[in-house]
Write a protein that binds this ligand. Structure first.
Ligand code: PLP
Length: 429
């Protein structure tokens, strides 16, 4: 394991990140949009939060995937962020899709994607959705329990089944194996029943948990997948695909993770077996930046200490695109986009060491006290109503799980930019 990690580091890691070009384009898009808004005269909602999405970043992530995990065909997890332009780009790049519901299946098939490129990766399916999937020709699907097998027998008897197995996901941000995955002491029983019902088991699937931190989880999962491949053969099933799920993060951990996975696949999964994955966060996490305006401010003075700090209320919060704080255990970092007449981007941390730092806490717009984005952040500027903050890395499990609580919108403008000519050519941007 250690050898795999150090081998990867010496490979030089990441595909060249066109980060500076991207930053320039993102900064320009943020500034141009903010410049058009006058909060003293605008219509209700004109000053709503908005995203800038860099499709070039999605493209770079795809190249990086191919470089590091050439054997694994990505099936993008639509649930993570069903943004239409992201889905379109991934279609152009030849990816498959992991769908979990009727709506996700329809969104993908309506783009003209062949149903054979979709895996219905939901081990506990709604009957009517399963009927719909069968009608539309989506055959690949996961299962992990006896009751699901009877359901599939009744509704989609010619499905191509993937047996999802339990993993050790204790090192992940969002644990999935507490809810899904057959333990290895139940797989024989499941395979036996599948055989008896005349169903077709063609794959083994796993997921090491979203936002995983321990790449060794892949070693054990591949070992277990191999156990099930051999076990399935005893029941007369020829497994032709292994689905390694998601769990990858788009940061620098990707190289060590993919190195461990690639090595585990080489050791445990015979070369004639096709391998697919279901990355979500990896593709979009870093591709989206959100800008939010300050709608209210409360001044907090501490007479004893002689300090003044401020509570800033933004027009987006945990019931909206910052749902990632609640559901995905994220800590979005606020940065200043507009302070008074000064519209900036990429202030970085320069000047942030000035002695006259001011403390802010950041809150969302709903009436719930839980709607809290950040309890303490320091800026050198005095920020007030009408100013703007922005947050990077807001692409994964953000707008996908935003609600309309308190009547606020969950449908925010997305400004698309493309920092990679390859992606622009594919999309006609
Ligand atoms: N596949 C399945 C079945 C999932 O449940 C999820 C996330 O919940 C994913 C893929 C995507 O995971 P990630 O975003 O960690 O890549």
């Amino acid at each position: 394991y250690e050898a795999i990690i150090s081998k990867d580091i010496s490979l030089g890691g990441v595909v060249d990140h066109g980060v500076s070009k991207a930053k320039e384009l993102i900064g320009h898009a943020l500034k141009s949009r903010v410049e058009t808004i006058d909060q003293n005269t605008c219509e209700a909602g004109e000053e709503d939060a908005f995203f800038v999405a860099d499709l070039g970043e999605v493209y770079r992530q795809h190249l990086r995937w191919k470089k590091n995990l050439a054997r694994v065909k990505p099936h993008y997890a639509v649930k993570c962020n069903p943004d239409p332009q992201v889905l379109r780009l991934l279609n152009e790049l030849g990816c498959g899709y992991d769908c979990a519901s009727k709506a996700e299946i329809d969104q993908i098939l309506e783009m003209g994607v062949d149903p054979s490129r979709v895996i219905y990766a939901q081990p506990c399916k709604t009957k009517s959705h399963l009927r719909h999937a069968a009608l539309k020709g989506v055959k690949q699907m996961t299962f992990d329990n006896i009751d699901e097998l009877y359901k599939i027998k009744q509704i989609s008897p010619d499905a191509e089944l993937f047996l999802r197995i339990h993993t050790d996901d204790s090192g992940s941000l969002v644990r999935l194996s507490q809810k899904y995955g057959a333990s290895l002491d139940t797989t024989a029983e499941l395979l036996e029943l599948a055989k008896k019902l005349g169903l077709n088991v063609v794959g083994v699937a796993f997921h090491i948990g979203s936002g995983a931190t321990d790449p060794k989880a892949f070693l054990k999962a591949c070992q277990d997948a191999r156990f099930v491949i051999d076990q399935a053969a005893v029941y007369g099933f020829e497994i032709h695909t292994v689905d390694v799920g998601g769990g990858f993060t788009g940061d620098k951990t990707f190289e060590p993770f993919s190195a461990v996975l690639a090595a585990a696949l080489e050791v445990y999964i015979p070369p004639h077996i096709r391998v697919i994955g279901e990355p979500g966060r990896y593709y979009v996490g870093t591709a989206f930046t959100i800008a939010c305006s300050v709608i209210a401010r409360r001044t907090v003075t501490d007479a004893t200490l002689g300090t003044t700090s401020y509570m800033l209320y933004l027009n987006d919060g945990v019931y909206g695109n910052f749902s990632s704080i609640m559901y995905d255990h994220q800590h979005p970092v606020p940065m200043v986009l507009k302070a008074g007449n000064d519209i900036k981007y990429d202030v970085r941390r320069s000047g942030y060491d000035t002695p006259s730092m001011i403390e802010y806490s950041i809150w969302g717009p709903t009436c719930d006290g839980l709607d809290h984005i950040n309890s303490s952040v320091m800026f050198p500027e005095i920020l007030d109503v009408g100013d703007w903050l922005y947050f990077e890395d807001m692409g994964a499990y953000t707008k996908a799980s935003a609600t309309r609580f308190n009547g606020f919108t969950n449908s925010h403008e997305v400004i698309y930019i493309c920092s990679e000519p390859g992606a622009s050519a594919l999309l006609g941007f």
